[in-house]
Design a protein around this ligand. Structure first.
Ligand code: SF4
Ligand code: SF4
Length: 273
């Protein structure tokens, strides 16, 4: 029986059929058919949104609509054919999202069908490049004799969940909406990005994207925001922050100048637009 629940929505107008989202769905729920990404069955989509930030066109969002309930057994039937790596990625995904009931159903399915449970120590959690483990080479030694740069932070709290919609500092503010990881990868975050702006931080991959969308929409609607700069990492999952910000802007009905800056993992600006 259909029940209203969270499920993926594919905007066919925006979808170019590039296929980037396909390997980023740990349930195997998406396929490119006739040049467009399609959800092959409501039963396969768990609504957790692992694929959302991987679409460069912003074609993927989570909506609430009447749909058949997610069916872990049907998903397992679908993905066991793809082999141990796919099963491993799926189990890891369920675990990372705290989907304990589905995780246990998946293990039970494997046991019933005498399929060995893959070792859960993959290099790529969730199959996502954003979680790929890598080692970076420092560009030099820390220089203890230099003056400690002055903080450019002027407001608190900075976490998007915690900040009140009507915080007085939002009026006539230039907003910097920064993905959590950017503050740690850029050595000059305060000087290059934060100076003169009101900071909000969020993670589009691990936090509640729908909550952020609504919160940002309210902030844009209720305050006189002068500009929004969205600073995010180059990994696909982090582009989700741009989608959230753009959707919030559209929903707010305000025409606020918007800038996007992509930061590479070694802390340099990769793209600015
Ligand atoms: S990543 Fe986006 S544009 Fe590419 S196929 Fe998937 S939904 Fe379509
Ligand atoms: S802030 Fe961006 S890069 Fe960091 S975990 Fe979240 S989505 Fe990934």
């Amino acid at each position: 029986m259909k029940k209203t629940r969270k499920i993926i929505h594919i905007d066919e107008e925006k979808c170019t059929g590039c296929g980037l989202c396909i390997p980023n769905c740990p349930e195997g729920a998406l396929q490119v058919i006739d040049g467009k990404a399609r959800l092959i069955s409501d039963l396969f989509c768990d609504g957790l949104g692992a694929c959302v930030g991987t679409c460069p066109e912003g074609a993927l969002t989570i909506e609430e609509r009447p749909a058949e309930p997610y069916d872990e057994r049907k998903v397992m039937e679908n993905i066991v054919r793809a082999g141990a790596n796919t099963i491993r990625a799926h189990l890891q995904h369920l675990k990372e999202h705290g989907a304990q009931k589905f995780y246990e159903e998946a293990l039970a399915y494997l046991k019933e069908h005498n399929i060995p449970t893959p070792d859960e120590k993959p290099a790529l959690a969730c199959g996502c490049p954003g979680t790929q483990v890598r080692r970076l080479t420092p560009k030099g030694n820390p220089t203890p004799d230099t003056t400690r740069p002055e903080s450019q932070l002027t407001t608190w709290p900075i976490q998007l969940t915690l900040v009140p919609v009507h915080a007085p500092y939002f009026n006539n503010a230039h907003l910097l909406l920064a993905a959590d990881c950017t503050g740690f990868t850029s050595t000059a975050f305060h000087r290059d990005f934060l100076a003169g702006k009101v900071l909000l931080i969020a993670c589009p991959k691990l936090d509640d994207a729908q909550f952020y969308l609504e919160k940002l929409t309210n902030i844009f609607q209720e305050n006189n925001i002068l500009s929004v700069t969205c600073l995010h990492m180059e990994v696909p999952c982090c582009y989700g922050l741009v989608q959230i910000a753009r959707q919030a802007l559209a929903a707010s009905g305000k025409n606020i100048p918007f800038k996007e800056i992509t930061l590479s993992i070694d802390g340099n600006i990769k793209e600015e637009k």
